[in-house]
Design a protein around this ligand. Structure first.
Ligand code: NAD
Length: 495
């Protein structure tokens, strides 16, 4: 079992060994607050993926036979190690990904929670037993591991999302090849180091760094990888689905969002503003559940927008590791340019720029918290995922109009309503087309023991976290045991 010595970092982890890319090429991880290089990593290709998959395939034959409670104990130990290393990982995350300290700690905490939760699954993984229609016959269903899981993750939750995928995959008895985001390879590497330290045997978890179109695509197409679990953009999700189609792989997708907060005329407006600021500008708007739309009843629109603008203008931008920073940088220059382009699009569409709308000069990728007013539900800034600190205020005159606006987008991840009317709240829970609905809270704040994911183009019907995650990483087997000693024909001999 490998230790966590610094000198051994910055490589692929294959079959329990730390190795460079076979082509010898590297890429760099950049600190988004300063533009400095943090470390360099192997730029892997198909040959490296082949090696990792071969190691995972071989390890599967013994890992699947390790009793699930024992697999759970290893994942529990991962939770303990994450807890011990929480400060260090939090600090690294403020540098490599850029989120502020409190949120970086929350990201690590989510992985701790997931480790503990999925460790417990090792002693459950419940199936069903049911009576047979025939005498002296027993029936049950059990969850079976599938094989090598290819896990492809984004940069915005660099510890939490790998844990959402790897903890259930491992407890269920699969082995894994992880291709982490190229913007946050260091954090993925630390996560895998801790898994190895927790006692995961060689080959059970492998990490292959590199670009999506190279290492990622090779993993998706590999014939010995029957399951792909992918979190990222809608566009890449479609490409992954097509690439996996010929092999009829299981593909689990968690994609984008265009999440709305509805503020009704009876809402607690100060509470609503708290929720909007946290959901729209937390993680610099780079959450799949970020509130990039606020649908506001006309009668409170003026008061809410002036309170929101005042709060947005108080937010302090800075590096995530500084204690008084409210909003960190965007992940990279391309993200900064994308957010800026949507400011131009919004202005061009006739929306009113109420605050923000500009980058901060300097080496880091900072963009001011931006609020657009007088937005119409069909405008591009109200339809397309921006993934930055930009939110659009959409005035409406009724609950029905609010729900129609909320549901008018292609995505269906998170949703929220602020109201004091219990009837309105229950109608919203029923009518909002989303995988998640919050009442009197913003659009972010999922906990690990409920299913996480979205409807419509946010995914393909699967869910991460909670019991639902087990369905991604296992296949049902139905077992019939006939102890009658004679041939008994179902549907015939019981008539
Ligand atoms: P992305 O799609 O660009 O990249 C995600 C991962 O896919 C990266 O590891 C990347 O290297 C890899 N990739 C890229 N092209 C690939 C290809 N052709 N084949 C295989 N892999 C490929 O997304 P991103 O910019 O890293 O993340 C932001 C997106 O992720 C947003 O759309 C956001 O909403 C979404 N997201 C969704 C959830 C969710 O649970 N629904 C959570 C977080 C982020």
């Amino acid at each position: 079992m490998r230790g966590v010595a610094v000198a051994q970092r910055l490589e692929n982890f294959i079959g329990g060994e730390w190795v460079g890319a076979s082509g010898g090429e590297t890429f760099e991880s950049i600190v988004p607050a300063t533009g400095e290089t943090l470390a360099s990593f192997p730029r892997s290709g198909a040959a490296d993926v082949d090696r990792a998959v071969a190691a995972a395939k071989e390890a599967f034959e013994s890992w699947r036979l390790v009793p699930a409670p024992r697999r759970g104990e290893i994942v529990f130990r991962l939770g303990e190690l994450l807890r011990e290393h929480k400060e260090e990982l939090t600090d690294l995350m403020t540098r490599e990904m850029g989120k502020v300290r409190a949120e970086a700690g929350g990201d690590v905490q989510e992985a701790i929670d997931m480790s503990y939760y999925m460790a417990g699954e090792g002693r459950r993984l419940f199936g069903q037993t049911t009576p047979s229609e025939l005498p002296d016959k027993f029936m049950m269903s059990v969850r079976m591991p599938i094989g090598v899981v290819g896990a492809i993750t984004p940069w915005n939750f660099p510890i939490a999302i790998p844990s959402w995928k790897l903890c259930p995959a491992l407890v269920c008895g699969n082995t894994v090849v992880l291709k982490p985001a190229e913007d946050t390879p260091f954090l993925a590497e630390r996560f895998v180091e801790l898994l190895a330290e927790a006692g995961v045997p060689a080959g059970v978890v492998n990490v292959v760094h590199g670009y999506g179109e190279e290492a990622g695509d090779a993993l998706v197409r590999h014939p010995d990888v029957p399951v792909i679990t992918f979190t990222g953009s809608r566009e890449t999700g479609v490409a992954v689905t097509k690439a996996a189609a010929d092999e009829l792989k299981h593909v689990h997708l968690e994609l984008g969002g265009k999440n709305a907060i509805i503020v009704m005329d009876d809402a607690d407006l100060d509470l609503a503003v708290d929720g909007i600021v946290w959901s729209a500008f937390g993680t610099t708007g780079q959450r799949c559940t970020a509130a990039s739309r606020v649908i506001v009843h006309q009668s409170v629109y003026g008061e809410l927008s002036s309170k929101l603008v005042a709060r947005a203008e108080q937010l302090r931008l800075g590096p995530g590791w500084e204690a008084d920073t409210d909003v960190g940088p965007l992940i990279n220059r391309a993200a900064l340019e994308k957010v800026a382009s949507y400011t131009d699009i919004g202005k061009g569409e006739g929306a009113k720029l109420l605050t923000g709308g500009e980058a901060v000069s300097g080496d880091g990728f900072f963009y001011r918290p931006t609020v657009f007013g007088d937005v119409e539900a069909g405008m591009r800034i109200a339809q397309e995922e921006i993934f930055g600190p930009t939110t659009a205020l959409i005035p409406v005159t009724s609950f029905e109009e609010a729900v129609a606006a909320a549901n008018s987008v292609e995505y269906g991840l998170s949703s929220s309503i602020f109201t004091r009317d219990v009837n309105t709240a229950f109608r919203a829970m029923r009518d909002l087309q989303a995988g998640i609905t919050y009442i009197n809270a913003g659009t972010t704040g999922a906990e690990v023991h409920l299913p996480f994911g979205g409807t419509k183009d946010t995914g393909n019907g699967h869910r991460e976290a909670g019991q639902a995650a087990l369905d991604v990483f296992t296949e049902w087997k139905s077992i019939y045991v006939d102890y009658s000693g004679r041939l008994q024909r179902a549907q015939i001999d019981n008539q």
